[in-house]
Design a protein around this ligand. Structure first.
Ligand SMILES: NC(=O)c1ccc[n+]([C@@H]2O[C@H](COP(=O)([O-])OP(=O)(O)OC[C@H]3O[C@@H](n4cnc5c(N)ncnc54)[C@H](O)[C@@H]3O)[C@@H](O)[C@H]2O)c1
Length: 476
Protein backbone atom coordinates (compact mmCIF):
# COMPACT_ATOMS: atom_id res chain seq x y z
CA UNK A 1 0.00 0.00 0.00
CA UNK A 2 1.37 3.38 -0.98
CA UNK A 3 1.21 5.90 1.87
CA UNK A 4 3.43 8.73 0.68
CA UNK A 5 3.52 10.32 -2.76
CA UNK A 6 5.69 13.14 -4.08
CA UNK A 7 4.73 14.88 -7.31
CA UNK A 8 7.37 16.96 -9.09
CA UNK A 9 5.68 19.77 -11.04
CA UNK A 10 2.92 21.99 -9.63
CA UNK A 11 1.42 22.98 -12.97
CA UNK A 12 -1.75 22.33 -14.96
CA UNK A 13 -1.31 18.56 -14.61
CA UNK A 14 0.54 18.04 -11.32
CA UNK A 15 -1.75 20.03 -9.05
CA UNK A 16 -5.20 18.98 -10.34
CA UNK A 17 -4.24 15.27 -10.51
CA UNK A 18 -2.72 15.29 -7.03
CA UNK A 19 -5.67 17.26 -5.61
CA UNK A 20 -8.08 14.59 -6.90
CA UNK A 21 -5.93 11.69 -5.63
CA UNK A 22 -5.70 13.44 -2.24
CA UNK A 23 -9.48 13.83 -2.13
CA UNK A 24 -10.18 10.23 -3.12
CA UNK A 25 -7.41 8.67 -1.02
CA UNK A 26 -7.42 10.40 2.39
CA UNK A 27 -4.88 7.89 3.75
CA UNK A 28 -2.18 8.91 1.31
CA UNK A 29 -0.03 11.92 2.10
CA UNK A 30 0.87 13.80 -1.05
CA UNK A 31 3.41 16.59 -1.41
CA UNK A 32 3.66 18.57 -4.63
CA UNK A 33 7.08 20.15 -5.16
CA UNK A 34 8.31 22.54 -7.82
CA UNK A 35 11.58 24.30 -8.64
CA UNK A 36 9.54 27.48 -9.14
CA UNK A 37 9.24 28.73 -5.56
CA UNK A 38 6.70 31.43 -6.37
CA UNK A 39 4.38 28.76 -7.80
CA UNK A 40 4.56 26.84 -4.54
CA UNK A 41 3.94 30.04 -2.56
CA UNK A 42 0.93 30.81 -4.77
CA UNK A 43 -0.57 27.34 -4.13
CA UNK A 44 -0.07 27.92 -0.39
CA UNK A 45 -1.83 31.29 -0.52
CA UNK A 46 -4.94 31.81 1.59
CA UNK A 47 -6.46 33.72 -1.33
CA UNK A 48 -7.63 31.35 -4.07
CA UNK A 49 -7.29 34.17 -6.62
CA UNK A 50 -3.52 33.73 -6.25
CA UNK A 51 -3.62 30.12 -7.46
CA UNK A 52 -1.55 29.91 -10.64
CA UNK A 53 -3.91 27.52 -12.43
CA UNK A 54 -7.60 28.31 -12.84
CA UNK A 55 -9.82 25.27 -13.32
CA UNK A 56 -13.51 24.97 -12.48
CA UNK A 57 -13.85 23.02 -9.21
CA UNK A 58 -10.13 22.96 -8.35
CA UNK A 59 -10.23 25.68 -5.65
CA UNK A 60 -12.96 23.85 -3.76
CA UNK A 61 -10.96 20.60 -3.65
CA UNK A 62 -7.80 22.35 -2.56
CA UNK A 63 -9.68 24.08 0.24
CA UNK A 64 -10.70 20.63 1.53
CA UNK A 65 -7.42 18.71 1.24
CA UNK A 66 -4.64 21.30 1.54
CA UNK A 67 -2.58 20.86 4.70
CA UNK A 68 -4.60 17.73 5.53
CA UNK A 69 -3.14 15.23 3.10
CA UNK A 70 -2.07 17.53 0.24
CA UNK A 71 0.95 19.77 0.74
CA UNK A 72 2.90 22.16 -1.46
CA UNK A 73 6.59 22.48 -0.68
CA UNK A 74 9.88 23.72 -2.08
CA UNK A 75 11.84 21.15 -0.12
CA UNK A 76 12.10 18.79 -3.07
CA UNK A 77 14.89 16.52 -1.82
CA UNK A 78 13.23 15.78 1.52
CA UNK A 79 9.92 14.85 -0.07
CA UNK A 80 11.50 12.74 -2.80
CA UNK A 81 13.38 10.74 -0.21
CA UNK A 82 10.37 10.32 2.08
CA UNK A 83 7.99 9.10 -0.60
CA UNK A 84 7.32 5.62 -1.97
CA UNK A 85 5.91 6.79 -5.30
CA UNK A 86 7.08 9.83 -7.30
CA UNK A 87 5.06 11.36 -10.12
CA UNK A 88 6.94 13.31 -12.77
CA UNK A 89 4.61 16.09 -13.97
CA UNK A 90 7.18 18.55 -15.28
CA UNK A 91 6.88 20.38 -18.58
CA UNK A 92 8.37 18.80 -21.71
CA UNK A 93 8.37 21.60 -24.31
CA UNK A 94 9.71 21.48 -27.86
CA UNK A 95 13.51 21.74 -28.07
CA UNK A 96 14.71 25.23 -28.93
CA UNK A 97 18.28 24.23 -29.76
CA UNK A 98 20.51 21.26 -30.47
CA UNK A 99 19.65 17.98 -32.18
CA UNK A 100 15.95 17.84 -33.01
CA UNK A 101 15.50 21.63 -32.54
CA UNK A 102 11.94 22.70 -33.35
CA UNK A 103 10.57 19.13 -33.23
CA UNK A 104 11.92 16.85 -30.49
CA UNK A 105 10.74 17.10 -26.88
CA UNK A 106 13.17 18.86 -24.57
CA UNK A 107 13.74 16.32 -21.82
CA UNK A 108 16.05 18.48 -19.69
CA UNK A 109 13.50 18.76 -16.86
CA UNK A 110 12.78 15.04 -16.88
CA UNK A 111 16.49 14.16 -16.93
CA UNK A 112 17.15 16.52 -14.02
CA UNK A 113 14.36 14.92 -11.99
CA UNK A 114 15.71 11.41 -12.69
CA UNK A 115 19.20 12.41 -11.59
CA UNK A 116 17.93 14.17 -8.48
CA UNK A 117 15.72 11.23 -7.49
CA UNK A 118 18.60 8.77 -7.97
CA UNK A 119 21.00 10.86 -5.89
CA UNK A 120 18.73 11.67 -2.94
CA UNK A 121 16.81 8.39 -2.59
CA UNK A 122 17.82 6.19 0.29
CA UNK A 123 14.88 3.76 -0.18
CA UNK A 124 13.16 1.99 -3.11
CA UNK A 125 10.79 4.08 -5.25
CA UNK A 126 8.22 3.73 -7.97
CA UNK A 127 8.60 6.51 -10.53
CA UNK A 128 5.48 7.39 -12.50
CA UNK A 129 5.83 9.14 -15.86
CA UNK A 130 2.88 11.56 -15.82
CA UNK A 131 4.41 14.09 -18.22
CA UNK A 132 3.91 13.40 -21.93
CA UNK A 133 7.11 11.76 -23.14
CA UNK A 134 8.55 10.29 -26.32
CA UNK A 135 8.20 6.53 -26.63
CA UNK A 136 11.14 4.72 -24.95
CA UNK A 137 11.83 7.51 -22.43
CA UNK A 138 11.71 4.97 -19.59
CA UNK A 139 14.84 3.40 -21.07
CA UNK A 140 16.62 6.75 -20.93
CA UNK A 141 15.46 7.33 -17.33
CA UNK A 142 16.76 3.91 -16.27
CA UNK A 143 20.19 4.75 -17.67
CA UNK A 144 20.34 8.06 -15.79
CA UNK A 145 19.10 6.48 -12.56
CA UNK A 146 21.46 3.51 -12.71
CA UNK A 147 24.38 5.88 -13.18
CA UNK A 148 23.58 7.95 -10.06
CA UNK A 149 21.69 5.71 -7.63
CA UNK A 150 22.91 4.17 -4.40
CA UNK A 151 23.74 0.45 -4.82
CA UNK A 152 21.12 -0.92 -2.43
CA UNK A 153 18.19 1.17 -3.73
CA UNK A 154 15.96 -0.03 -6.58
CA UNK A 155 13.53 1.80 -8.84
CA UNK A 156 10.59 0.78 -11.00
CA UNK A 157 9.50 3.13 -13.74
CA UNK A 158 5.90 3.01 -14.91
CA UNK A 159 4.00 5.16 -17.40
CA UNK A 160 0.67 6.78 -16.56
CA UNK A 161 0.03 9.54 -19.12
CA UNK A 162 -2.53 12.20 -18.28
CA UNK A 163 -5.53 12.68 -20.58
CA UNK A 164 -7.28 15.58 -18.81
CA UNK A 165 -8.31 18.60 -20.88
CA UNK A 166 -7.81 22.09 -19.47
CA UNK A 167 -11.08 23.80 -18.65
CA UNK A 168 -12.63 20.45 -17.64
CA UNK A 169 -9.66 18.97 -15.76
CA UNK A 170 -11.50 18.13 -12.55
CA UNK A 171 -14.49 16.62 -14.34
CA UNK A 172 -12.10 14.58 -16.49
CA UNK A 173 -10.15 13.36 -13.47
CA UNK A 174 -13.30 12.34 -11.60
CA UNK A 175 -14.75 10.52 -14.58
CA UNK A 176 -11.84 9.51 -16.76
CA UNK A 177 -12.70 7.72 -20.04
CA UNK A 178 -9.72 5.56 -19.17
CA UNK A 179 -6.68 5.47 -16.95
CA UNK A 180 -3.69 4.04 -18.78
CA UNK A 181 -0.82 2.39 -16.93
CA UNK A 182 2.16 0.80 -18.64
CA UNK A 183 4.95 -1.13 -16.99
CA UNK A 184 7.74 -3.58 -17.64
CA UNK A 185 6.24 -7.05 -17.88
CA UNK A 186 8.46 -8.34 -15.05
CA UNK A 187 7.20 -9.34 -11.58
CA UNK A 188 8.54 -6.06 -10.15
CA UNK A 189 7.08 -3.99 -13.00
CA UNK A 190 3.66 -5.62 -12.69
CA UNK A 191 3.69 -5.14 -8.92
CA UNK A 192 4.48 -1.44 -9.35
CA UNK A 193 1.62 -1.17 -11.83
CA UNK A 194 -0.76 -2.83 -9.33
CA UNK A 195 0.17 -0.33 -6.63
CA UNK A 196 -0.98 2.49 -8.91
CA UNK A 197 -4.10 0.54 -9.93
CA UNK A 198 -4.92 0.30 -6.21
CA UNK A 199 -4.88 4.09 -5.98
CA UNK A 200 -7.08 4.72 -9.01
CA UNK A 201 -9.56 1.97 -8.17
CA UNK A 202 -10.77 4.12 -5.27
CA UNK A 203 -12.90 6.00 -7.81
CA UNK A 204 -12.23 4.70 -11.34
CA UNK A 205 -14.17 1.55 -12.35
CA UNK A 206 -11.79 -1.38 -12.90
CA UNK A 207 -12.81 -1.80 -16.58
CA UNK A 208 -11.60 1.73 -17.31
CA UNK A 209 -8.09 1.03 -16.06
CA UNK A 210 -6.07 -0.14 -19.04
CA UNK A 211 -2.83 -2.00 -18.46
CA UNK A 212 -0.24 -2.21 -21.22
CA UNK A 213 3.46 -2.57 -21.73
CA UNK A 214 5.37 0.61 -21.02
CA UNK A 215 6.09 1.53 -24.64
CA UNK A 216 2.43 1.27 -25.70
CA UNK A 217 1.49 3.53 -22.80
CA UNK A 218 4.09 6.18 -23.64
CA UNK A 219 3.13 6.16 -27.33
CA UNK A 220 -0.65 6.11 -26.72
CA UNK A 221 -0.54 9.62 -25.28
CA UNK A 222 1.22 11.05 -28.33
CA UNK A 223 -1.14 9.11 -30.61
CA UNK A 224 -4.25 10.38 -28.76
CA UNK A 225 -3.17 14.00 -28.96
CA UNK A 226 -2.21 13.64 -32.61
CA UNK A 227 -5.63 12.18 -33.45
CA UNK A 228 -7.52 14.84 -31.50
CA UNK A 229 -5.58 17.62 -33.22
CA UNK A 230 -6.09 15.87 -36.55
CA UNK A 231 -9.87 16.16 -36.17
CA UNK A 232 -9.55 19.89 -35.52
CA UNK A 233 -7.36 20.35 -38.57
CA UNK A 234 -9.72 18.19 -40.64
CA UNK A 235 -12.78 20.32 -39.86
CA UNK A 236 -10.79 23.55 -40.16
CA UNK A 237 -9.45 22.52 -43.58
CA UNK A 238 -13.02 21.83 -44.73
CA UNK A 239 -14.12 25.27 -43.47
CA UNK A 240 -12.03 26.83 -46.24
CA UNK A 241 -13.97 24.77 -48.77
CA UNK A 242 -17.41 25.50 -47.30
CA UNK A 243 -16.66 29.22 -47.56
CA UNK A 244 -15.98 28.83 -51.28
CA UNK A 245 -19.06 26.69 -51.94
CA UNK A 246 -21.66 28.45 -49.73
CA UNK A 247 -22.04 25.34 -47.62
CA UNK A 248 -22.08 25.80 -43.82
CA UNK A 249 -19.39 24.18 -41.71
CA UNK A 250 -21.64 23.91 -38.62
CA UNK A 251 -24.21 21.97 -40.66
CA UNK A 252 -21.43 19.81 -42.06
CA UNK A 253 -20.14 19.06 -38.53
CA UNK A 254 -23.60 17.91 -37.41
CA UNK A 255 -24.18 15.81 -40.53
CA UNK A 256 -20.75 14.15 -40.38
CA UNK A 257 -20.75 13.74 -36.58
CA UNK A 258 -24.09 11.88 -36.54
CA UNK A 259 -22.32 8.90 -38.08
CA UNK A 260 -21.55 6.82 -34.98
CA UNK A 261 -18.33 5.60 -36.59
CA UNK A 262 -17.11 9.20 -36.66
CA UNK A 263 -18.80 10.69 -33.58
CA UNK A 264 -19.64 14.32 -32.91
CA UNK A 265 -16.78 15.38 -30.60
CA UNK A 266 -13.98 17.71 -31.66
CA UNK A 267 -15.74 18.77 -34.84
CA UNK A 268 -16.15 22.43 -33.92
CA UNK A 269 -14.55 24.86 -36.30
CA UNK A 270 -12.01 27.24 -34.72
CA UNK A 271 -9.11 29.59 -35.38
CA UNK A 272 -6.83 26.59 -34.83
CA UNK A 273 -5.90 24.50 -31.85
CA UNK A 274 -3.78 25.97 -29.06
CA UNK A 275 -2.63 24.84 -25.65
CA UNK A 276 0.77 23.61 -24.64
CA UNK A 277 0.31 20.05 -25.87
CA UNK A 278 -1.08 19.42 -29.35
CA UNK A 279 1.56 21.17 -31.40
CA UNK A 280 4.53 20.04 -29.34
CA UNK A 281 3.29 16.44 -29.17
CA UNK A 282 2.70 16.20 -32.92
CA UNK A 283 6.08 17.74 -33.68
CA UNK A 284 7.58 15.20 -31.33
CA UNK A 285 5.72 12.39 -33.11
CA UNK A 286 7.02 13.70 -36.45
CA UNK A 287 10.55 13.68 -35.04
CA UNK A 288 10.24 10.15 -33.68
CA UNK A 289 8.87 8.84 -37.00
CA UNK A 290 11.80 10.44 -38.85
CA UNK A 291 14.25 8.88 -36.39
CA UNK A 292 12.87 5.49 -37.35
CA UNK A 293 13.05 6.36 -41.07
CA UNK A 294 9.26 6.66 -41.44
CA UNK A 295 9.28 9.80 -43.62
CA UNK A 296 5.76 9.31 -45.09
CA UNK A 297 4.23 8.82 -41.64
CA UNK A 298 6.09 11.89 -40.36
CA UNK A 299 4.86 14.01 -43.28
CA UNK A 300 1.27 12.83 -42.74
CA UNK A 301 1.22 14.07 -39.13
CA UNK A 302 3.18 17.23 -39.90
CA UNK A 303 0.33 18.28 -42.17
CA UNK A 304 -1.95 18.59 -39.10
CA UNK A 305 0.29 21.37 -37.74
CA UNK A 306 0.61 23.01 -41.16
CA UNK A 307 -3.19 23.22 -41.53
CA UNK A 308 -3.37 24.81 -38.08
CA UNK A 309 -0.95 27.54 -39.14
CA UNK A 310 -2.85 27.90 -42.41
CA UNK A 311 -6.15 28.46 -40.58
CA UNK A 312 -4.66 31.27 -38.48
CA UNK A 313 -3.10 32.93 -41.51
CA UNK A 314 -6.34 32.53 -43.46
CA UNK A 315 -8.32 34.30 -40.72
CA UNK A 316 -5.82 37.14 -40.60
CA UNK A 317 -6.05 37.52 -44.40
CA UNK A 318 -9.87 37.67 -44.29
CA UNK A 319 -9.79 40.39 -41.61
CA UNK A 320 -7.07 42.28 -43.46
CA UNK A 321 -8.84 42.29 -46.80
CA UNK A 322 -12.28 43.11 -45.41
CA UNK A 323 -10.99 46.16 -43.50
CA UNK A 324 -9.09 47.26 -46.67
CA UNK A 325 -6.34 48.97 -44.64
CA UNK A 326 -5.29 47.91 -41.15
CA UNK A 327 -3.24 50.99 -40.42
CA UNK A 328 -4.92 53.05 -37.66
CA UNK A 329 -7.83 50.64 -37.38
CA UNK A 330 -9.08 50.05 -33.83
CA UNK A 331 -9.76 46.36 -33.24
CA UNK A 332 -11.31 44.61 -30.22
CA UNK A 333 -9.90 41.18 -29.43
CA UNK A 334 -12.34 39.05 -27.46
CA UNK A 335 -10.52 36.21 -25.75
CA UNK A 336 -6.87 35.39 -25.18
CA UNK A 337 -6.76 31.99 -23.48
CA UNK A 338 -6.59 29.08 -25.94
CA UNK A 339 -10.05 27.86 -24.93
CA UNK A 340 -12.77 28.90 -22.50
CA UNK A 341 -12.65 28.18 -18.74
CA UNK A 342 -8.87 28.26 -18.44
CA UNK A 343 -6.27 30.99 -17.92
CA UNK A 344 -3.77 29.06 -20.05
CA UNK A 345 -2.67 31.12 -23.06
CA UNK A 346 0.09 28.85 -24.34
CA UNK A 347 -0.02 28.52 -28.16
CA UNK A 348 -3.34 30.37 -28.28
CA UNK A 349 -4.36 31.40 -31.83
CA UNK A 350 -4.99 34.89 -30.41
CA UNK A 351 -1.21 35.36 -30.25
CA UNK A 352 -0.21 35.08 -33.95
CA UNK A 353 -3.43 36.68 -35.22
CA UNK A 354 -3.12 39.70 -32.89
CA UNK A 355 0.60 40.04 -33.58
CA UNK A 356 0.02 40.12 -37.33
CA UNK A 357 -2.66 42.79 -36.80
CA UNK A 358 -0.32 45.11 -34.87
CA UNK A 359 2.58 44.48 -37.24
CA UNK A 360 0.26 45.74 -39.98
CA UNK A 361 -0.60 48.91 -38.10
CA UNK A 362 -3.82 48.12 -36.21
CA UNK A 363 -4.40 49.19 -32.59
CA UNK A 364 -5.79 46.49 -30.32
CA UNK A 365 -7.97 46.41 -27.25
CA UNK A 366 -7.85 42.99 -25.65
CA UNK A 367 -10.21 41.45 -23.13
CA UNK A 368 -10.15 37.99 -21.54
CA UNK A 369 -12.00 37.06 -18.34
CA UNK A 370 -9.12 35.00 -16.89
CA UNK A 371 -5.86 35.49 -18.77
CA UNK A 372 -3.27 37.45 -16.84
CA UNK A 373 -2.46 40.90 -18.29
CA UNK A 374 1.29 40.47 -17.89
CA UNK A 375 1.03 37.11 -19.62
CA UNK A 376 -0.74 38.68 -22.62
CA UNK A 377 2.09 41.19 -23.06
CA UNK A 378 4.64 38.43 -22.58
CA UNK A 379 2.93 36.27 -25.23
CA UNK A 380 3.00 39.13 -27.74
CA UNK A 381 6.61 39.96 -26.92
CA UNK A 382 7.79 36.37 -27.32
CA UNK A 383 5.95 36.02 -30.62
CA UNK A 384 7.32 39.31 -31.99
CA UNK A 385 10.83 38.29 -30.91
CA UNK A 386 10.41 35.09 -32.91
CA UNK A 387 9.76 37.30 -35.96
CA UNK A 388 13.24 38.80 -35.46
CA UNK A 389 11.97 42.24 -34.48
CA UNK A 390 14.31 44.20 -32.24
CA UNK A 391 13.41 45.48 -28.76
CA UNK A 392 12.71 49.02 -29.93
CA UNK A 393 10.30 47.83 -32.63
CA UNK A 394 8.57 45.49 -30.20
CA UNK A 395 8.15 48.26 -27.64
CA UNK A 396 6.63 50.52 -30.25
CA UNK A 397 4.25 47.77 -31.45
CA UNK A 398 3.18 47.08 -27.87
CA UNK A 399 2.18 50.74 -27.59
CA UNK A 400 -0.62 49.84 -30.01
CA UNK A 401 -2.03 47.39 -27.44
CA UNK A 402 -4.35 48.10 -24.53
CA UNK A 403 -5.70 45.43 -22.22
CA UNK A 404 -9.17 46.06 -20.85
CA UNK A 405 -10.67 44.99 -17.55
CA UNK A 406 -14.21 44.69 -18.85
CA UNK A 407 -15.90 43.46 -21.99
CA UNK A 408 -17.85 46.70 -22.47
CA UNK A 409 -14.66 48.81 -22.40
CA UNK A 410 -13.14 46.49 -24.97
CA UNK A 411 -16.14 46.60 -27.29
CA UNK A 412 -16.52 50.37 -27.43
CA UNK A 413 -15.28 52.55 -30.26
CA UNK A 414 -13.93 49.85 -32.56
CA UNK A 415 -13.71 49.32 -36.30
CA UNK A 416 -13.73 45.56 -35.87
CA UNK A 417 -14.50 42.98 -33.19
CA UNK A 418 -12.85 39.57 -33.34
CA UNK A 419 -14.10 36.71 -31.18
CA UNK A 420 -11.13 34.39 -30.70
CA UNK A 421 -12.08 32.37 -27.57
CA UNK A 422 -15.51 30.81 -27.05
CA UNK A 423 -16.16 32.32 -23.58
CA UNK A 424 -19.86 32.11 -22.62
CA UNK A 425 -19.78 35.83 -21.78
CA UNK A 426 -19.32 36.62 -25.47
CA UNK A 427 -22.45 34.68 -26.43
CA UNK A 428 -24.51 36.99 -24.24
CA UNK A 429 -23.52 40.33 -25.76
CA UNK A 430 -26.61 42.45 -26.42
CA UNK A 431 -25.80 43.54 -29.97
CA UNK A 432 -28.99 45.58 -30.35
CA UNK A 433 -28.28 47.66 -27.29
CA UNK A 434 -24.63 47.92 -28.27
CA UNK A 435 -25.68 49.34 -31.64
CA UNK A 436 -27.84 52.01 -29.98
CA UNK A 437 -24.80 53.27 -28.07
CA UNK A 438 -22.54 53.63 -31.08
CA UNK A 439 -21.80 57.34 -31.34
CA UNK A 440 -20.59 57.83 -34.91
CA UNK A 441 -23.13 55.36 -36.40
CA UNK A 442 -20.43 53.26 -38.07
CA UNK A 443 -20.96 49.65 -37.10
CA UNK A 444 -17.86 47.56 -36.44
CA UNK A 445 -17.23 44.49 -38.61
CA UNK A 446 -17.62 41.34 -36.54
CA UNK A 447 -15.36 38.32 -37.04
CA UNK A 448 -16.62 35.31 -35.15
CA UNK A 449 -13.87 32.69 -35.35
CA UNK A 450 -15.72 30.33 -33.01
CA UNK A 451 -19.14 30.47 -34.69
CA UNK A 452 -20.85 31.21 -31.36
CA UNK A 453 -22.81 34.34 -32.31
CA UNK A 454 -26.28 34.52 -33.86
CA UNK A 455 -25.34 35.51 -37.40
CA UNK A 456 -28.94 36.01 -38.58
CA UNK A 457 -29.61 38.42 -35.71
CA UNK A 458 -26.40 40.32 -36.41
CA UNK A 459 -27.21 40.61 -40.11
CA UNK A 460 -30.74 41.80 -39.32
CA UNK A 461 -29.12 44.55 -37.21
CA UNK A 462 -27.05 45.47 -40.29
CA UNK A 463 -23.70 44.34 -38.98
CA UNK A 464 -21.12 43.00 -41.41
CA UNK A 465 -20.29 39.56 -40.06
CA UNK A 466 -17.82 36.80 -40.84
CA UNK A 467 -18.11 33.32 -39.42
CA UNK A 468 -15.61 30.64 -40.34
CA UNK A 469 -16.84 28.32 -43.05
CA UNK A 470 -20.31 29.86 -43.07
CA UNK A 471 -21.68 30.53 -46.54
CA UNK A 472 -24.15 32.99 -44.97
CA UNK A 473 -21.43 35.44 -43.87
CA UNK A 474 -21.81 38.87 -45.46
CA UNK A 475 -18.05 39.36 -45.20
CA UNK A 476 -16.41 36.92 -47.62
N1 LIG B 1 -1.59 21.02 -19.67
C1 LIG B 1 -2.30 19.98 -20.07
O1 LIG B 1 -3.48 20.08 -20.40
C2 LIG B 1 -1.67 18.60 -20.14
C3 LIG B 1 -2.50 17.49 -20.29
C4 LIG B 1 -1.92 16.23 -20.33
C5 LIG B 1 -0.55 16.09 -20.26
N2 LIG B 1 0.25 17.20 -20.14
C6 LIG B 1 1.70 17.00 -20.03
O2 LIG B 1 2.04 17.10 -18.65
C7 LIG B 1 3.32 17.71 -18.49
C8 LIG B 1 3.19 18.94 -17.61
O3 LIG B 1 2.36 19.88 -18.26
P1 LIG B 1 1.80 21.17 -17.50
O4 LIG B 1 0.85 21.82 -18.44
O5 LIG B 1 1.33 20.77 -16.15
O6 LIG B 1 3.14 22.04 -17.37
P2 LIG B 1 3.34 23.33 -16.46
O7 LIG B 1 4.37 24.13 -17.16
O8 LIG B 1 2.03 23.95 -16.11
O9 LIG B 1 3.95 22.75 -15.10
C9 LIG B 1 5.19 22.11 -15.04
C10 LIG B 1 5.87 22.50 -13.73
O10 LIG B 1 7.06 21.72 -13.59
C11 LIG B 1 8.03 22.52 -12.92
N3 LIG B 1 9.37 21.94 -13.15
C12 LIG B 1 10.03 21.81 -14.32
N4 LIG B 1 11.21 21.20 -14.12
C13 LIG B 1 11.30 20.94 -12.80
C14 LIG B 1 12.28 20.31 -11.99
N5 LIG B 1 13.39 19.79 -12.52
N6 LIG B 1 12.04 20.21 -10.66
C15 LIG B 1 10.91 20.71 -10.12
N7 LIG B 1 9.94 21.31 -10.84
C16 LIG B 1 10.13 21.41 -12.17
C17 LIG B 1 7.85 23.90 -13.53
O11 LIG B 1 8.38 24.91 -12.71
C18 LIG B 1 6.32 23.97 -13.67
O12 LIG B 1 5.70 24.62 -12.58
C19 LIG B 1 3.83 18.00 -19.90
O13 LIG B 1 4.62 16.91 -20.33
C20 LIG B 1 2.54 18.04 -20.72
O14 LIG B 1 2.77 17.69 -22.07
C21 LIG B 1 -0.29 18.44 -20.06
Amino acid sequence: MIRKICCIGAGYVGTPTMAVIALKCPNIKITVVDSNRSRIDAWNSSNTNDFPVKEPGLDDIIKVVRNKNLFFSSDTEKHIDESEMIFLAVNTPTKKEGKGKGFAADLTNIDQCAKQIAIVSSSNKIIVEKSTLPVRTAERLKEIINKHKQDDVSFEIISNPEFLAEGTAIRDLFKSDRVLIGSDQTDEGLAAMESLVNIYKNWIPRERIIKTNIWSSELSKLASNAMLAQRISSINSLSALTEKTEAKINELSVAVGKDHRIGDKFLNVSPGFGGSCFKKDILNLVYICRQYGLEEVAEYWYQVVKINDYQRKRIFNIINSSLVELKNKRISILGWSFKKDTNDTRESSSIPISSDLIINGASLKIYDPLADKKQIIQDLTTYLESKNLDLKEIKSLLNQVKINNTLSECLSNSNAIIVLTEWDEFKQIDWQNFKLNIVDAVLPHIFDTRNILDIELLKSLEYKVFQIGNGDSNIK
